[in-house]
Ligand binder design. Structure first.
Ligand SMILES: [Fe+2]
Ligand SMILES: [Fe+2]
Length: 497
């Protein structure tokens, strides 16, 4: 089954020394709290000031200015999109919210020779004071006029699509992806996505620490996603297929939740049912926190004993869900899909079961979403992910035995043969990237951008419609082959978003 080796996920190593930029992001959240409760001579406070200063000095050796900028719900560090992993997902999310609440877009930390504790404390205190003002950003901008920190208050920011080279090229053209919905809806969908990432990370951390785990946060983010989904399905679906984050464990859970919810909505489930379905998708692999980390990181084949242990994750997921603080009735709904997602409709999978009832609807849906996301993601044992066509081909091969054939048909219709971000090689010798497939497209022929090169930067070129044909119905362009963008070392979201 697609997920049989899925314990071999890319998980951030535990106790790894944080990078300077991670220390800076964490300090920007921690120091404003510490300064409120401690005197500057407090040991803990001084230690935190020290690590912040060290991190700044390290980065200032490379660049005279460290720029942290929020843009469309993502963090950009010195003009490049920052992709957080592990606990940094939560830190960055909180920092983005911190900026947003205070109505600014970021900070420029300008190199200061012999930066002192006093310089840092003065900045942090000013930062704290801005909350008392009606327009915190306006006040803060003036208050920091002579500081080594400058505020970014303009939203005008052009993403540099870096493929290789010096990254000086700027984006050209408009982001077509967002045409299918309003900018506000798009931002909302993106926010929901990163909040879901943060909720999963939080939940996993709390479970590992044996803390009190509540359903409130994951439920809120899933409800948010369902709202976006019922307003504009493609936005969320696109985020899931663009695979914009590096952390496999989290993206996989969030993507499986989104793909399941989209399929649930297509099947006509109510909003309440789609929320429950989303939660069970989000939690389907929760039990992997109980599988030994060496197995999770293993890149070679499992021994039979190891594989038996990995297979236990379905049951572990069930017992972890039962530990969550939530209504029993809801929990009994949420455990179905995690228990069944590797069982197969012919019940030949795992956990081995002699007298299992036919798979539940949630189990069938989550199994399809799980297969698709696992096959189209890069994994430690398969760095090159399959393109959607190959993945759907494999899934068709197990239709009727492992996957529900009817639901699979609806799913294929939903994701399309050429999901957003797919690279297309055309018979005109051009290469294009799929931007969207409108419902009225002929034979699922998508809208796409030709890829162009501007110096060393790959950029969006002309927008094309592969359904365009001459008066005799001959298409101007035909698709010869399709590839996953990573086959070409391209991150689709860098080009399209
Ligand atoms: Fe699984
Ligand atoms: Fe999975």
């Amino acid at each position: 089954m697609a997920d049989s080796n899925s314990a071999q996920q890319a998980v951030a190593p535990i106790n790894q020394e944080p990078k300077p930029i991670e220390v800076i992001a964490q300090s920007l959240l921690r120091l404003p709290q510490l300064v409120k409760i401690h005197q500057p001579n407090n040991k803990l406070f001084q230690e935190n000031l020290f690590v912040f200063r060290e991190a700044l000095n390290t980065l200032w050796e490379e660049t005279p200015e460290i720029v942290l900028r929020a843009h469309r719900g993502r963090m950009f560090i010195n003009n490049q999109k920052y992709t957080p992993t592990g606990s940094m997902v939560v830190t960055i999310q909180k920092l983005l919210e911190y900026f947003e609440k205070r109505l600014f877009f970021g900070l420029r930390l300008i190199k200061k020779e012999a930066l002192t504790d006093e310089d840092i404390v003065a900045f942090i205190r000013t930062l704290n004071q801005c909350q008392n003002h009606k327009n915190p950003a306006e006040w803060l901008d003036k208050a920091l006029a002579d500081s080594w920190v400058k505020l970014i208050i303009d939203s005008d920011f052009k993403i540099t699509y870096i493929f290789s080279g010096d990254g000086q090229g700027e984006s050209k053209g408009r982001p077509l992806i967002w045409n299918s919905g309003s900018r506000t809806l798009a931002l909302k969908a993106r926010k929901s996505y990163s909040r879901a990432m943060a909720a999963v990370t939080d939940l996993q951390d709390n479970l590992k620490e044996g803390g009190n785990v509540s359903l409130a946060k994951p439920r809120r983010v899933v409800q948010d996603m369902v709202e976006s989904l019922f307003q504009e399905e493609r936005l969320l679906l696109n985020l899931s297929t663009l695979r914009d984050y590096d952390d496999y464990t989290c993206t996989h859970s969030v993507n499986v939740a989104i793909l399941s919810m989209c399929l649930g909505k297509r099947l006509g489930l109510s909003k309440v049912a789609v929320v429950a379905l989303g939660l069970s998708g989000l939690f389907h692999d929760l039990g992997k926190v109980d599988v030994p980390i060496e197995l999770i990181r293993k890149t070679t084949r499992f021994t039979p004993e190891e594989y038996e242990e990995v297979k236990n994750h379905s049951l572990y997921s069930v017992s972890r869900i039962l530990q969550i603080n939530a209504d029993h009735k809801l929990k009994s709904k949420l455990i179905q899909a995690p228990f069944e997602h590797h069982l197969g409709i012919d019940l030949t999978g795992y956990p081995a079961s002699n007298d299992h009832m036919p798979l539940s609807l949630f189990g069938r849906i989550v199994a399809i979403a799980d297969h698709y996301d696992a096959l189209t993601s890069s994994r430690s044992y398969r760095p090159i992910p399959m393109n959607p066509e190959q993945a759907l081909d494999i899934m068709m091969g197990i239709s009727g035995s492992i996957l529900d054939p009817l639901l699979l048909k609806v799913f294929i219709n939903m994701v399309g043969i050429y999901p957003i971000g797919t690279l297309l090689v055309l018979d005109t010798k051009e290469i294009a990237i799929v931007a969207e497939t409108p419902p009225e497209a002929i034979d699922a022929r998508p809208l796409a951008y030709l890829l162009d090169r501007d110096d060393n930067t790959i950029i969006k070129g002309e927008q094309i419609n592969l359904s365009d044909a001459d008066a005799y119905g001959n298409f101007f362009r035909n698709i010869l082959r399709c590839f996953h963008p990573s086959d070409f070392g391209i991150n689709a979201s860098d080009i399209l978003l």
